[in-house]
Design a binder for this molecule. Structure first.
Ligand SMILES: [Zn+2]
Ligand SMILES: [Zn+2]
Length: 305
């Protein structure tokens, strides 16, 4: 089966590109931490990006712990539909111990407001933690506690990537126009333009939760599938590897991260280092298709009647 590329598998030249690439959590978060550190240098929000580097490193350590977990204690994939749906939060016993160890890991490098958020998370009851997790997994990009939500989201990302990366799943039917993750149903954080090998020039969307990548052909809106009236603004010299695919039909956009421009780029890290582009597009009335679970607004965005 060539439709799914599993962790550790390398796509050879001449191999048909897979529809789906499952996450490789053993290397993903440590590479992301390194990328955050590179992006932080001389950046206007240097301290924020350095803390994100520490958070990604804490996710890596959590993944290392989880990787030793006996497979029969992991949540099991659902037999039909999405294998690990974000809408079906596994029992808290599967992720609360990992959340606690991530909070312990991150505390020494946390700024004062985040240390206060760590204390709040530690004192929350199980039902309240579950409620916050469900809010995060709902993918609205807002949370009642925007300082605490990224920490819980980081723990959920690490768990989901391990569950998805380590569990044998039945083959997932190839989809040609999926706007949401075929494994967990979450929105993408960004698109990635690949470089080198059989995937050169291909675009995948990168899941904001489980870190799976799936194929969506280029020059196509990731929300309404329009193939005309698309524009690709960027920040030019400030960050040439990131552009937005802006759709004039549905007035939405998704950031595209080019590995052709910088092979070290990472969809989550480069997204957070280019929030100026989101601000500019927001001022022009465009709504994001992507969501970054490590960043929250205080209030829910206004909904149209
Ligand atoms: Zn996913
Ligand atoms: Zn569109």
């Amino acid at each position: 089966m060539t439709d799914i590329l599993r962790p550790g598998e390398i796509q050879g030249p001449g191999t048909p590109p897979p529809f789906l690439k499952l996450p490789d959590p053993g290397s993903l978060f440590t590479r992301r931490a390194e990328r955050f550190q590179v992006l932080a240098q001389d950046h206007p929000v240097e301290a924020f990006l350095l803390f994100m580097a520490a958070l990604a490193q804490a996710q890596h350590r959590l993944v290392e712990t989880l990787t030793g977990t006996a497979p029969d204690t992991l949540p099991r994939p659902t037999p039909r539909g999405l294998p690990f749906p974000a809408a079906d939060l596994p029992d808290i016993r599967h992720w609360q111990p990992g959340l606690r160890s991530l909070l312990e890991e991150i505390e020494p490098s946390a700024p004062a407001p985040t240390r206060a958020a760590i204390r709040r998370l530690r004192s929350m009851s199980g039902p309240d933690l579950v409620a916050m997790a469900r809010e995060i997994l709902g993918g609205h990009g807002s949370a009642p506690d925007p300082a605490a939500a990224p920490l819980l989201a980081a723990a959920l990302q690490a768990h989901w990537s391990v569950w998805v990366g380590q569990t044998a799943m039945e083959d997932i039917p190839a989809q040609t126009e999926a706007t949401h993750c075929p494994v967990c149903g979450s929105a993408p954080v960004a698109g990635v333009i690949h470089s080198g090998g059989g995937a050169h020039g291909r675009r995948t969307l990168h899941c904001s939760l489980c870190q799976t990548q799936w194929h969506l052909e280029r020059l196509k809106c990731s929300h309404c599938h329009a193939t005309t009236d698309l524009e690709y603004p960027g920040l030019e010299d400030h960050h040439p590897g990131v552009r937005a695919e802006v759709c004039g039909h549905c007035h939405s956009y998704l950031k595209l991260i080019s590995l052709e421009t910088d092979p070290r780029a990472d969809p989550v890290a480069d997204h957070l280092a280019t929030l100026t582009l989101d601000l500019l597009l927001g001022e022009e009335g465009y709504a994001p298709n992507g969501i970054n679970l490590l960043l929250y607004l205080e209030e829910a965005p206004a909904t149209t009647p």
